[in-house]
Design a protein around this ligand. Structure first.
Ligand code: UFG
Length: 344
């Protein structure tokens, strides 16, 4: 019998790419998403790629009654992959309560119901923002968790603590927190990709929308950081590579191969790239010009962070496979495809 996986936020960016990989591996998927930062047509893209339309329920996981009703109806769920959350660093500085309420209440509702229904396996969507500005780079999972630079980062720190505390109280529950660095790019089919609603918060969708003429120019947030070209450095990871790591983590949980009941893994490429290098590489890979101007720093940004993902490479047998060039090209192909479809 096929095993059933609940993917919260499965219509969103990383969620949708993960649903594709799960369905390709033969898992039954049910998605819960409130469509607060995603559009329902993403399900058509998933269906075209995999030949299977995932089950979908639209509601807000902060609604405890709806969440409980959902879990009572879907008793056969074997694993929960929890993506649904707000994710913009800068916005979280402006609207901290919105971030704490949304990201923490939904998590607690899910955990309460997992416990009630004896669902034992959780893959949690965490982030390198849990490290704050690390003292040593590349950052490993053993690095001390310093004060987060943003309320968003703090919600990820607190979420990991909540999960850890629950696991300590219940031997049956196991979780893997995947600490992503910066996911970018799109599925190679260009049928799904990053689809921000309104003005993009993240760098690459802002670049692709500028290149296609939807935005006048990219604002580069700061060129006075202590980095070679003065702009911030991140570790940009291909979203399909990232999605595949979720399937590996899920299999590890189902095979009961975890070494501790709560495990954390960094998922990155190990390579730090600056904002200006991303702009240049995008221009080279796609042949498209990106207009940009330098503006002031954005609140909440750390200066530089990149991963040591050796533990994930060794322990999960997972590694990134797609280059930065092909990843940026995939983001561009997705932008073009999405706009041509809209203009039909
Ligand atoms: N940036 C710009 N201009 C923009 C947007 C971003 O210069 O219009 C810069 C930012 O200042 C930062 C870099 O590009 O230096 C990357 O910014 P993103 O907003 O794309 O990504 P963040 O690093 O802020 O955050 C992202 C995700 C988080 C995740 C984090 C992990 O949004 O959910 O990566 O590093 F936790």
């Amino acid at each position: 019998m096929k095993q059933k996986v609940l993917v919260t936020g499965g219509v969103g960016y990383i969620g949708s790419h993960t649903v594709v990989e799960l369905q390709n591996e033969g898992y039954d998927v049910v998605i819960v998403d409130n469509l607060s930062n995603s559009v329902i047509s993403v399900l058509d893209g998933i269906t075209k790629i995999t030949g299977i339309r995932p089950e979908f329920e639209q509601f807000d996981l902060c609604d405890s009654v709806k969440t409980t009703n959902f879990f009572q109806k879907h008793k056969e769920i074997a694993v929960v992959i929890h993506f649904a959350a707000f994710k913009a660093v800068g916005e979280s500085v402006q609207k901290p309560l919105m971030y704490y309420q949304n990201n923490l209440i939904s998590l607690m509702n899910i955990l309460e119901n997992m416990k009630r229904q004896q669902i034992q396996n959780l893959v949690f969507s965490s982030s390198c923002t849990v490290y704050g500005q690390p003292d040593e780079l590349p950052v490993t999972e053993k690095a001390p968790i310093k004060k987060a630079n943003s309320p968003y980062g703090n919600t990820k720190q607190i979420s990991e603590e909540i999960i850890y505390d629950l696991i300590c109280s219940d031997d049956n529950l196991k979780a893997i927190a995947l600490r992503y660095f910066n996911p970018i790019g799109a599925h190679e089919s260009a049928l799904i990709g990053e689809l921000p609603i309104g003005t993009p918060n993240n760098l690459v969708p802002y670049i692709t929308q500028t290149a296609i003429g939807k935005r006048k120019e990219l604002s580069v947030f700061g060129n006075d950081y202590h980095t070679p070209d003065g702009s911030c450095i991140r570790d940009y990871i291909n979203v399909v590579d990232l999605a595949k790591a979720h399937v590996v983590a899920l299999k590890r949980l189902l095979a009961k191969k975890t070494k501790q009941n709560f495990e954390t893994f960094n998922l990155g490429t190990g390579i730090g790239v600056s904002v200006l290098e991303i702009v240049n590489t995008f221009e080279k890979s796609t042949g498209q010009k990106v207009n940009y101007k330098i503006v002031g720093r954005r609140d909440g940004d750390v200066e530089k962070v990149w991963s040591d993902s050796k533990y994930a490479n060794d322990e999960l047998g997972w590694k990134t496979e797609r280059s930065l060039e092909e990843t940026l090209l995939s983001a561009w192909n997705w932008e073009k495809q999405y706009n041509s479809k809209k203009n039909e």
